[in-house]
Design a protein around this ligand. Sequence first.
Ligand SMILES: [Zn+2]
Length: 115
Amino acid sequence: MDANHLPRYKRLLLVKHDELSAARDETTALVPRAGESEGDLMDCASADTEAELQVRLRQSDGRVLKAIENALARIRAGSFRVCEACQQLISQTRLEAVPWTRLCRECKEREQSAA
Ligand SMILES: [Zn+2]
């Protein structure tokens, strides 16, 4: 592996991680806690939909955050860039686009067509 690229990917990962963490904190503030506002919510259907959308966004951000944390752990462990399925090196082009990926493009495509 060309170790010279690692600090660069690590930086990409950390920047994205900060971005998502900040977004997640904002989103958390927007979502009303369940059970807090019973009773007078009769015409708050749109607010509910909005909250639901935010929760969904937050969940997918949460998955990416987790993937980023895993990628950072793999950088520390020295297994970054190695596809988890076929053990081949993931292409730099792919890592530039999705630095937290665990699969090379071929395996990702196989996974998606299997799903
Ligand atoms: Zn692979």
